[in-house]
Structures are given as C-alpha cells and as structure tokens.
Design a protein around this ligand. Structure first.
Ligand SMILES: [Zn+2]
Ligand SMILES: [Zn+2]
Length: 379
C-alpha cells in the first residue's frame, strides 16, 4: 500500500480528531465488527477495510503514535517502522474483539484463551537424588508424588453420584448467548456457565465440584544403569489429572547423581587417585583396588612410572546407558613422598642415593643454563 494512497486514520474509524481513547476504541469495534472477515467471507474489500481499521486503531490507541501521527501524518508513524499491521498489539485486538466473537479466532491464529473443554493435566517434575553406586547398578525406587487425581467419589465428574450436569438455562446449553448491538447480532460467551453449556446444581461434596482431589501417589521408578545427572525419565500419564475428561499430564523424574568420595565421573569413564610410594613407582607394583561395582581389579604400575602416570583399566568404569558396554577406570598414580624419615631410614636413603647420579638439568630443554645467563652468573 503506497503511503500517498492511505486514508486518514480518523476518517477510517469515523471519529473526530479530538476523540477520546474510549471513543477510538468503540469506533474501532464498530468498524471491525462490520468488516470482520468472518462476517464477510470472500470479500476482499471488506478485508481491506478491516485491516485498514486495525492499522488505524494500532496507531490511534497508542498515545505516542497518535501524537506522531497528529504532527506528521502517515509519515510520522511509517518512519518509525510501522508498516501495516503491528503484531505486538494482537493481544489488545483480541481482547477488544474476543468477546464479540465468542470463538474469537480473528486473525486466523490461535484462540484468545484456552476456553472451556477437555484440558490435558499439567506435567509434573520429581527430583530424585541417587548415589554413584546406584547409577552404576540401576535401581528401582518408590517415590511419593503429591498430585491432583480424579475424585473417587464422583469418578472425576464433579457431580453428586446419581445426579447429572444440567443444560445451562441461560444459553440453552449452547455456551454462547446472542445479543443485539445496533443492527448486528453478536455472540458472547455465556456468563452463567462460562461457555461450558452445563450447570452443576449438585456439586460433589468430596471435591466441591472440581472433579479432582489432591492425593499422594506412590509410584515405582526404574532407574536404568548408566544414568547421569540432568537426565529425565518420563512416566507417561502419571502427571496431574486432566479436566473435563482431558488426558492426564506426564511425570518427569529428574535425576541428580551425587558426588562420590573416591570416584570422579566423566561420562561412562571413572577417575580414581591411587596413592603409591616412591619405591613402588621405581620398582613397579601390582595393587588391588575395587571398582564402583565392587569388583577386585589389580592395577599394574610398571617400574619407572613417572608422577601423573595413568593406568587405564578398560571396561571397569560405569555401564553405558542402554548398552552392555562399560566405560574405563582411569587410575591416576599419586606418588607419595614421605615427609619425615627416621634416623635409620635417612641413613639408608643417603646410602642408596649415592648409587644414583644427579638429575641432568640440561635434559629440561637447557632451562637451567638459560636461567644462569639471565641472572648474569657464570656458575
Ligand atoms: Zn450458559
Ligand atoms: Zn468428586
């Protein structure tokens, strides 16, 4: 639509330039009802008028935009990036028109609100803490979940047993009432029954007509081996009960695996620190350790291993989820140097040390030599 061809917004809505916000709103309703696409199917001219009115309303209903428009005309609001229809004001339009069109689907989008009708129950989440051992073996746990469940007294209907819901007398069970507005007949959600078309004259005592009661359900959760923190198990249909015959929601069990004192987890692999004496790394050693599943494994540390040496025990880590495979156990050799020596130990070590040449510092990339140069020393 070329800017020059645009009609004056006040003219479009048929209001005076001094019209109040309320007048603008009323005028828009009038025009919108007249040209609403639902009432004028396959009428491009009516559709154009409807859009034109909506655009005019979008501008004139905003104080800021209206001032801009008053001062600068169409250019004043076009230059702000207002091109045709502003989706941010849809909610406002829906509010204005929604009660005029009971099933207010005015812009071909979703309905104004989730009206009465079967509604799915809410999903629930239960946080479950387990130990690393439990994550390794998998477990079955009983959990107690407070949730809304269908009322047992009335079978979830909300009506006294033996009684039934009656058709709403205000709308004859239609859920909508028609009223005249000028020359138009307009449908509105029935205020008596809220659009449900039915009245509950004998609400169930137990649930006060809601059809649900809060209950604590005891459920069994099967946690598979290899599960990790952040994973969620879905128990379909174990969430809150639906309303008006809608299906129940789902229950999600969110897993948190606690930190372990000994093992550190990395996916299906586990890391463990193995204290080992300086003599054991020099001479080599075979050391028994237990895996997370309690199996005995021997760690073979080769003679001459350096500090930080990692021995990998394949298949001794955690089970992988939904698999028969297992991760690895990575054993970090943590060389422990005695802090104190007895007199006898000291004499023995001194004697032994004489058999070993001093460590050649030059093997560290000449670092020692370079340090001497920097410091300007010759020795
Ligand atoms: Zn009604
Ligand atoms: Zn009940």
């Amino acid at each position: 639509m070329a800017t020059g061809a645009k009609r004056d917004y006040y003219e479009v809505l048929g209001v005076d330039r001094s019209a109040s916000q309320d007048d603008v709103k009323k005028a828009y309703r009038r025009v919108a009802v007249q040209y609403h696409p639902d009432r004028n199917p396959d009428d491009p001219e009516a559709e154009e008028r409807f859009k034109e009115a909506s655009e005019a309303y979008a501008v004139l209903s905003s104080q800021e935009k209206r001032q801009q428009y008053d001062r600068f005309g169409h250019q004043g609001v076009d230059s702000q990036g207002f091109t045709g229809f502003d989706p941010t004001t849809f909610g406002d339009f829906a509010d204005i028109l929604g009660d005029l069109f009971g099933l207010g689907d005015i812009f071909g989008g979703r309905r104004r609100s989730s009206g009465p009708g079967p509604r799915r129950g809410h999903d629930l989440q239960y946080n479950l803490r387990i130990t690393l051992e439990e994550a390794a073996t998998g477990i079955e746990r009983s959990i107690r979940v407070p949730r809304m469940e269908p009322c047992e007294e009335c079978d979830g209907k909300g009506v006294e047993p033996g009684k039934i819901l009656e058709a709403c007398s205000a709308c004859s069970g239609q859920g909508q009432v028609l009223f005249r507005r000028g020359f138009l007949t307009v449908a509105q959600t029935c205020p008596s029954c809220g659009g449900q078309g039915q009245m509950n004259r004998h609400p169930c005592q137990s649930c006060r007509g809601r059809g649900q009661n809060e209950n604590e359900a005891t459920l069994k959760v099967t946690v598979p081996a290899g599960i990790d923190s952040g994973m969620r198990l879905r128990l379909a249909g174990e969430g809150e009960a639906g309303t008006l015959g809608g299906p129940p929601g789902d229950l999600y069990v969110a897993i948190l695996v606690e930190e372990h004192d000994v093992f550190e987890r990395e996916g299906a692999d586990l890391h463990v620190s193995l204290p080992i004496s300086v003599f054991q790394v020099m001479l080599g050693a075979s050391i028994e350790i237990a895996t997370i599943l309690g199996e005995d494994r021997s760690v073979d540390v080769p003679a001459g291993s350096q500090p930080g040496k990692i021995v990998r025990l394949r298949g001794s880590g955690l089970p992988q989820l939904n698999s028969s495979r297992r991760g690895d156990l990575l054993v970090h050799c943590n060389v422990v140097v005695p802090k104190k020596l007895s007199g006898e130990q000291r004499r023995s070590v001194e004697q032994t040390a004489q058999l070993f040449p001093a460590v050649d510092q030059g093997s560290h990339g000449g670092l020692f030599e370079r340090l001497k140069t920097v410091l300007g020393g010759e020795r």
